[in-house]
Design a protein around this ligand. Structure first.
Ligand SMILES: Cc1cc2nc3c(=O)[nH]c(=O)nc-3n(C[C@H](O)[C@H](O)[C@H](O)COP(=O)(O)O)c2cc1C
Length: 620
């Protein structure tokens, strides 16, 4: 029996920092020393900011930012001599006390992991590891119940779809079970096209059996024998591990004919998508599975009535399906006791942007935004102020740090507006996010500091949705393009005050008039920035000024001759040869050559390079 288990994160993130080589180095060093240690390749541990991550059990020691060169020390000092390697422990800052234990690290200690329960804990390529973690117990239990009982259990749990809209999962299954038509199909939506989102990929890479088990339970409940997982080709590791898991599940009788002797048969086909955001929308996804161009169609008919191949179909997100086995195994009551009344259970977020700890985070629904950003995310680094948080991916809204500065009455557009004194206390659930003009989406969460220009942010997110618009409906195709043109004009300081109203009208038209969720939600970043940061639009137009000093056309760089020490760093880093000056003499920037890349600003050791924008009110 091994004395230790070494868990090496080999998710896509850590693998890009040589995790597979770290794993091999452990195997080699342990083998050479003849130690009784098991080394496991796991999927993502979630703490991507500090990867590659290595955890040593049973002591629960977490090592951060491990390199191949660190492996001999961990093997010799920790595994052979019992003294953990302190220099690799987590520290909040370079001067803070080291925290050796995984569960004491605030990033982990403040989470509640249900969906991610096995991520980083098991070897995703070994079904026995999953079985040891109570895997397939939920399926066994479900097969001992009637399909109707399974649906009632899921209904009682309050589980809502984690793919974005939050539709109650049990009700969705009921529609499909009751629908006329055979055969029925069960689909897992693993398209995950939102930039910055990596929750679903990480689950497939870390715990593919939980998704297979969820699919099998759902298929049993709705009466499907055939399932699909629709996953983008850009996720090769996820596809690889899912394929291995599916083959193992078939060998062990959890997929295929007469599963566990129950008489129920089900199998899963893997369909690879070409990476179009709109193909995550359920009707476009089904068209893509059928080999047609991935474009949405109007609903009704809903997939439950007329889905893939014209037959009743249920589509669920990866996270929804990964939750199902846990509910079946532990019971609806247990699940319903977690989270808030109307949004039960937990939510997974890909926390990114200006946060000290980026990574995958799972918290009970209703957790205050403050807790996610500060307790788990470690706050905004470099002494910067929190300005806004964008939730829900590119189609989500920007929630400001202080709603007290509300300058625009938005109630006509969003009924029942909920305005807490300070947004960071917002409980994160479907209802509250919708009230402040954002969405839960599939779980993207981007933290922004005071260096962020909100007009630029709106332009950035809209540029994604506009590019990804499939073009089928003119409202989305033309409307998002017109909005982009207006935003570009405002960013360049060429806007007129009337453009703000025009932009708003267009945004509302696109929101209300588009065929699918892409167009219906694409205006959210524009509408919320207009709602909460209207004064920034006004500054760009009236003062030709970008208050955050981001929009290139509205800024310029100057060197303060008093502060310049003539070190020449700015000149040697200037790719446009726009900076001249003698050694140890103040340098100057030729504005006609400057491409405003900001490199001089970044490299200047004395802060002599200044980023300028017009003064409030108009003057330079
Ligand atoms: C443009 C667009 C992209 C979407 N992308 C995804 C996706 O990548 N994954 C996903 O599960 N749902 C996505 N959805 C939502 C799906 O249409 C569908 O509601 C979801 O898969 C249902 O699963 P759930 O009930 O488990 O949430 C997208 C919707 C839209 C409008």
């Amino acid at each position: 029996m091994a004395e230790h288990t070494v868990l090496v994160c080999t998710g896509t993130g850590c693998s890009s920092s040589h995790a597979p080589q770290i794993y091999e180095a452990f195997e080699k060093a342990i083998d050479e020393r003849g130690l009784a240690v098991t080394v496991k390749k796991t999927g993502c541990h979630g703490f991507c900011q500090r990867g590659p991550i290595v955890v040593v059990e049973p002591e629960d020691i977490l090592y951060c930012e491990v390199t191949v060169d660190d492996v001999p020390d961990i093997v010799t000092m920790h595994l052979a001599q019992g003294t953990p390697v302190e220099r690799l422990f987590y520290r909040e800052t370079d001067d803070s006390e080291p925290i050796p234990h995984y569960h004491d690290i605030p990033f982990y200690g403040n989470q509640h992991r249900i969906i991610l329960r096995n991520c980083g804990q098991i070897d995703p390529e070994d079904i026995d590891d999953y079985l040891e973690a109570d895997g397939y117990r939920g399926l066994e239990k479900a097969l001992g119940m009637t399909p109707d009982e399974v649906i009632e259990e899921i209904k009682a749990s309050g589980l809502r779809g984690r793919g974005g809209a939050g539709f109650p999962t049990g009700r969705k299954w009921r529609f499909c079970r009751d629908a006329n038509g055979e055969p029925k199909y069960m689909i897992c939506n693993a398209d995950e096209g939102d930039p910055g989102a990596f929750m679903d990929r990480s689950i497939l890479e870390a715990d593919p059996h939980s998704v297979i088990e969820g699919l099998a339970i759902a298929a049993y409940a709705i009466g499907a024998r055939h399932g699909y997982i629709y996953v983008r080709e850009e996720y090769p590791l996820a596809i690889h591990r899912f394929t291995i898991a599916r083959d193992q599940a078939r060998e062990r009788g959890y997929l295929g004919d007469d599963i566990l002797g129950s008489g129920f048969s089900f199998d899963i086909e893997i369909k690879k998508g070409a990476g179009a955001f709109v193909c995550g929308e359920e009707t476009a996804l089904m068209a893509s599975i059928e080999g047609k161009r991935g474009m949405p169609r109007p609903r009704p008919p809903y997939p439950a009535q007329q889905g893939v191949h014209g037959k009743p179909t249920t589509i669920n997100n990866v996270k929804t399906l990964a939750t199902v086995p846990a509910i079946m195994a532990r019971g609806a009551e247990w699940y319903a006791s977690i989270g808030s009344e109307r949004s039960t259970g937990t939510a997974v977020f890909a926390l990114t942007g200006k946060t000290a700890n980026s990574g995958l985070v799972e918290v009970p629904m209703g957790t205050p935004l403050r807790s996610i950003i500060y307790d788990i995310g470690g706050g905004v680094p470099y002494g910067k102020e929190l300005k806004a948080v964008q939730t829900g991916g590119p189609s989500g809204g920007c929630i400001p740090a202080h709603l007290a500065d509300l300058t625009f009455d938005y109630e006509s557009l969003v009924q029942d507006v909920y305005v807490p004194a300070n947004y960071v206390d917002l409980p994160i659930d479907y209802e509250t996010l919708a009230r402040v003009g954002s969405i839960m989406g599939s779980g993207g969460m981007v933290v922004m500091d005071d260096d962020t220009c909100m007009v630029d942010v709106a332009h950035f997110f809209l540029s994604f949705t506009q590019y990804e618009s499939c073009g089928k409906c003119p409202t989305c195709r033309i409307g998002t393009k017109k909005m982009m043109d207006l935003l570009a004009k405002i960013k360049a300081g060429r806007g007129e005050m009337s453009d703000i109203n025009l932009l708003e009208e267009l945004a509302i038209t696109v929101k209300n008039g588009s065929l699918c969720g892409l167009g219906q939600t694409a205006p959210n970043p524009v509408l919320t920035t207009l709602r909460y940061f209207r004064e920034e639009y006004v500054a760009h137009i009236r003062d030709r000024r970008c208050p955050a000093r981001v929009c290139k056309e509205l800024i310029w760089y100057e060197i303060d001759p008093e502060a310049c020490i003539g070190c020449g760093k700015c000149a040697s880093n200037c790719s446009a040869d726009a900076i001249t000056g003698e050694a140890k003499q103040p340098h100057v920037i030729d504005a006609s050559k400057c491409i405003k890349c900001g490199m001089c600003f970044k490299v200047c050791p004395t802060g002599a390079v200044k980023k300028q924008t017009n003064l409030p009110g108009g003057g330079a």
